[in-house]
Design a protein around this ligand. Structure first.
Ligand SMILES: C[S@@+](CC[C@H](N)C(=O)[O-])C[C@H]1O[C@@H](n2cnc3c(N)ncnc32)[C@H](O)[C@@H]1O
Length: 200
């Protein structure tokens, strides 16, 4: 069995995220996670929200680690990763009623974030929920100096990365029949934005 990858950060933020998902996914059944990363979030959320069938996904390079977490958990409602790169994905329409993604929009290029919103809209049925966790800019401003510094470090690493404006994400939502209804403030200067399909 592969050593399971571990993120201290994912461990810390999973409790507060779970509190929001309990509410937002209370009537959902099938959830697709985009960019599952280590797989830790998926195990925590699938075990605490047993009414959900949780589908992990990511680019192939992360599959071994996610699979290790999924297999060790032995959860019946947690599925091994789909190969899903938003830039190339061909997603079956209206196959999920909820989508979750954490810390992806600032890692993906603008082109990839744009594709992610298109994929979310295709994958969700009407009334489906999309929860996106991470740092966002609002009104052209960073909410803290630490997020401004984080943005600079991302752009130095790769000019295509960077913290996204919530208004830009909302425009992508509007283009794809997704309306943002809520924005939860989260610990460590992050947020969860919630869009609903078909509410535009
Ligand atoms: C910072 S990690 C976050 C991982 C995990 N969601 C978490 O919060 O711990 C960013 C994730 O985005 C994924 N990612 C980046 N570009 C992607 C793309 N084009 N399509 C799908 N996933 C992508 C990476 O593979 C990685 O799993």
């Amino acid at each position: 069995m592969t050593d399971r990858p571990f993120s201290e950060y994912a461990e810390r933020n999973s409790g507060p995220i779970l509190d929001v998902l309990r509410n937002e996914f209370s009537t959902s059944a099938k959830v697709l996670e985009i960019g599952s990363g280590t797989g830790q979030h998926a195990v925590r959320f699938a075990s605490e929200l047993p009414h959900l069938q949780w589908q992990t996904s990511d680019r192939a390079e992360n599959h071994e680690g996610i699979r290790a977490w999924v297999e060790t958990s032995a959860l019946r409602n947690l599925l091994p990763p789909l190969s899903l790169d938003v830039l190339t994905a061909d997603i079956p329409p209206q196959s999920w009623d909820a989508i979750f993604s954490a810390n992806t929009a600032h890692i993906m290029s603008i082109k990839a974030v744009t594709k992610m919103f298109q994929i979310v809209s295709i994958a969700l049925g009407d009334g489906g929920v999309f929860c996106l966790y991470g740092p966002f800019r609002q009104g052209g401003e960073f909410n803290t100096d630490s997020n401004a510094a984080f943005d600079q470090s991302l752009r130095a690493r790769d000019p295509e990365m960077g913290i996204r404006d919530i208004e830009f994400l909302d425009d992508l939502g509007t283009d794809n029949n997704l309306l943002r209804l809520r924005l939860y403030a989260m610990p460590a200067n992050n947020h969860i934005a919630v869009w609903i399909k078909g509410a535009v």
